[in-house]
Design a protein around this ligand. Structure first.
Ligand SMILES: *Cc1c(COP(=O)(O)O)cnc(C)c1O
Length: 225
């Protein structure tokens, strides 16, 4: 089923849009199945689970890319910095400082996305828009983050059936990206990603400019918590 699901979703994705298979709560055997069907980018939202799977899959799936997409506690940054492909959910300056510190220790440069909070729900994470812009200024205009490579923005839409609201959220994320690109990252070709869209809303996200969708349920089925 995983392979068929991947094929069906890819048929809906323009070639320029990346796919992160969100494998949280699913066993490593499911990741192997997706990997064998050609999938390389996987998203996890818990450090312990990602570290465990990385150990299990390191030799079988050597070019698998780990995308961290969840709330990241500062004291756990050190566990993922050695192998993570990108941290998509950077949501505070303190977290940027910790990523810088841990990356410097092992002399690695870490790709990150700045997560924007645009959704209604209080539970959703991410920078408020003003804070995010401030963080972007710090990254570009100071020498505080030599081991961090900013690659774009990430965001989630409000959890609602109201398509207009979801679309507005995605438009806000895209406009934020465009503003940052224009004002701060014009000469940085790596700053090119807008990660938005999940199983229920990825088609809307693509219409509104997503360059990378994060899809779990539609690939792996429902999660058992
Ligand atoms: C779980 C999760 C997803 C995937 O959600 P689905 O609805 O299962 O596709 C995408 N992004 C983030 C940040 C997530 O935590």
């Amino acid at each position: 089923m995983i392979k068929e699901n991947l094929v069906a979703i890819k048929a809906n994705l323009p070639e320029s849009v990346g796919l992160v298979a969100v494998s949280k709560f699913h066993p490593s055997s499911d990741l192997i199945e997706a990997y064998n069907a050609g999938q390389r980018a996987f998203g996890e939202n818990r450090v312990q689970e990602m570290v465990k799977k990385e150990e299990e899959l390191r030799s079988t799936c050597p070019d698998l890319e780990w995308h961290f997409i969840g709330t990241l506690q500062r004291n756990k940054v050190k566990y993922i910095v050695p192998f993570v492909h990108i941290i998509e959910s950077v949501s505070s300056i303190k977290l940027l400082d910790e990523i810088e510190k841990q990356a410097a220790k092992i002399d690695r440069k870490i790709d990150v996305l700045l997560e924007a909070h645009v959704a209604d729900e209080e539970t959703k994470t991410g920078f408020d828009i003003d804070e995010l812009i401030e963080a972007a200024h710090l990254i570009v205009e100071t020498d505080r983050y030599p081991h961090i490579s900013p690659c774009g923005v990430m965001g989630m839409a409000t959890l609602t059936d109201n398509e207009d609201r979801i679309r507005e959220d995605f438009i806000q994320i895209r406009k934020l990206f465009e503003k940052l690109k224009e004002e701060l990252f014009k000469d940085n070709d790596k700053f090119c990603q807008i990660s938005m869209g999940m199983s229920g809303d990825y088609k809307l996200a693509i219409q509104e400019g997503s360059t990378s969708v994060r899809i779990g349920t539609a690939i792996f089925g429902p999660r058992v918590y």
